[in-house]
Ligand binder design. Structure first.
Ligand code: XMP
Length: 501
């Protein structure tokens, strides 16, 4: 046995974080370390599960629709930040809508148009909405036909022709009365050689649309995080003051799957009030709250009936809370403390401080059910913000080259606060009065986040193999039952040998 005995894990990890530990390898029982066959499923919150334990952080330089779509398609979930200008709820709502409209099983409310509308207007509507099919309906929403981009080829500018003149009319459509499973819809599309299947009720009223593209995506992305209607899942963050309840109402209206009350210090009177008001207004809508980093903070949130808890005070890559206030808990200690205090087993999100793939595993074993990543994804194509070219001097040749960079910043950085302050924002004003607790940095642009996610998942599968388990869940159980079999606390030399490269 390589590991020290750990009679009490919490005592053993006091003051420690990820780079303080290695895990002792165990007898491996799997032959292929392949994310397609190893079960990495986990609980995001009490009623939501993911097939991959990764969550992209609600930060304005990390998660908007593009990142949320990518990570949900890869099996995790994104939380859309609330860092838009205060009083302006609409931009965040639009980001959630974009994710929810990206993939469908059945599109319950496809874009429609009337048969007497001009073709020019139909073309403009397709351009505006980004869809290639409009369902043609009469004034009572009864199906009359389908109009696709192919029908709009060769229209002459200023044409007065109407949709009715080019659409595929009802008598030539293949359609389905009532509901249908994805497998049956696929079968119908294959035999009838159609790519769109409108659904109608007995009177011919349009009730939905199934497209071959959506069915294909479902097949190509078996691990994607989807709701019961086949749409990608997405979360959205709100604050605990100001417009937070109106914001939540709008986010829920457009289909946000989980709302996250996210404030710097979640063990607070402000949070207590916000949770009570949220529950009173929205009942049992899935609610995650944070951040906390102590046993008391965890109990405080579980007693208030939240469905998930975000753990982490000050470990974040863009965060200066510990420097500025001297408060915080090293992330491994925080995870173990919150896990041990969490009698009700409310899922925990390990939020912040993960800088390398190996730390993802540590976050998941020491206490997290999932891991939230911010700086880990910084600079990827799917993050919001422009790419700027900067001159960089190469160390060997001293040549100056232009390198593309993107901005990554803490949500409490001065720059992020100033961006939100244009309109009156009591919360941002509070932070400003206290002083900023975050930094802004430029990071090299580094392509799509998807290969980064896939690589992390491969490494996670290798970790499961080294840990002697067959799945993530099994490894978590084995670790939590006998941590002393795994945990090696490193000396300074051990740390250098392990991580200095
Ligand atoms: P990583 O290390 O993944 O951490 O970048 C992401 C988490 O950092 C937190 N965060 C902040 N914490 N001041 C803070 O004290 C900030 O300005 C700030 N911005 C983000 C947040 O919990 C995020 O998920």
């Amino acid at each position: 046995m390589y590991a020290l005995r750990v009679p009490d894990l919490l005592t053993h990890v006091r003051g420690c974080t990820f780079d303080d530990f290695l895990f002792a390898p165990q007898y491996s029982v799997i032959e292929r370390r392949d994310p397609a066959t190893i079960d990495l499923s986990c609980r995001l919150s009490e009623h939501l599960t993911l097939k991959r334990p990764l969550v992209s952080a609600n930060m304005d330089t990390v998660t908007r629709a593009e990142m949320a779509i990518a990570i949900a398609e890869e099996g995790g979930i994104g939380i859309i930040d609330r860092g838009f200008r205060a009083g302006d709820i609409e931009p965040q709502v639009r980001e959630v809508e974009k994710v929810k409209r990206r993939q469908h099983g059945v599109i319950p409310d496809p874009y429609t148009i009337g048969a007497t509308t001009s073709l020019a207007e139909a073309a403009e509507r397709m351009r505006r909405t980004g869809v290639g099919t409009l369902v043609v309906v009469d004034g009572r929403n009864r199906l009359e036909g389908l109009l696709t981009t192919r029908d709009l080829r060769f229209i002459t500018p200023g044409t007065v022709d109407t949709v009715g003149s080019r659409m595929t009319p009802l008598d030539r459509l293949v359609l389905q009365q009532g509901g249908i499973s994805s497998a049956d819809a696929e079968q119908v599309m294959r035999t009838e050689k159609v790519k769109k299947l409108p659904l109608v009720d007995r009177d011919g009223t349009l009730v939905g649309l199934i497209t071959a593209k959506d069915l294909l995506k479902q097949r190509q992305m078996p691990f994607a995080t989807r709701d019961a209607q086949g749409r990608l899942r997405v979360g959205a963050a709100i604050g605990a003051k100001g417009d937070y309840l109106e914001r939540a109402a709008e986010l829920i209206r457009v289909g946000a799957d989980v709302v996250v009350i996210d404030i710097a210090h979640g063990h607070s009177v402000v949070m207590a009030r916000a949770i009570d008001a949220f529950r009173k207004r929205f009942g049992d809508i899935e609610l995650i709250a944070g951040n906390v980093a102590t046993a008391e903070g965890t109990r405080f949130l579980t007693e208030r009936g939240v469905n998930g808890i975000k753990v982490g005070i000050g470990p974040g890559g863009g965060c200066t809370t510990r420097l500025n206030t001297n408060f915080g808990v090293p992330q491994v200690e925080a995870l173990v403390a919150c896990r041990e205090a969490n009698d009700r087993r409310v899922p925990l999100i390990a939020d912040g401080g993960v800088k390398r793939d190996g730390a993802v595993l540590q976050a998941l074993l020491f206490g997290g059910d999932t891991v939230m990543l911010g700086s880990f994804f910084a600079g990827t194509t799917e993050t919001p913000g422009d790419t700027v070219q900067k001159a960089v001097v190469l160390p060997e040749s001293h040549r100056t080259v232009k390198v593309p960079f993107k901005v990554f910043r803490g949500m409490a950085s001065l720059q992020a606060i100033v961006d939100r302050l244009d309109v009156e924002d009591s919360e941002a004003a509070d932070v400003e009065a206290m002083g900023a607790e975050g930094t802004e940095v430029s990071v090299p642009a580094r392509g799509s986040v998807r290969p980064i996610i896939r690589n992390t998942l491969k490494h996670l599968c290798s970790s499961i193999s080294y840990g002697g388990a067959r799945s993530l869940c099994e490894l978590q159980e084995m670790f939590r039952k006998e941590p002393e079999r795994y945990v090696i606390r490193l000396t300074e030399a051990g740390r250098r040998e392990s991580f200095d490269r």
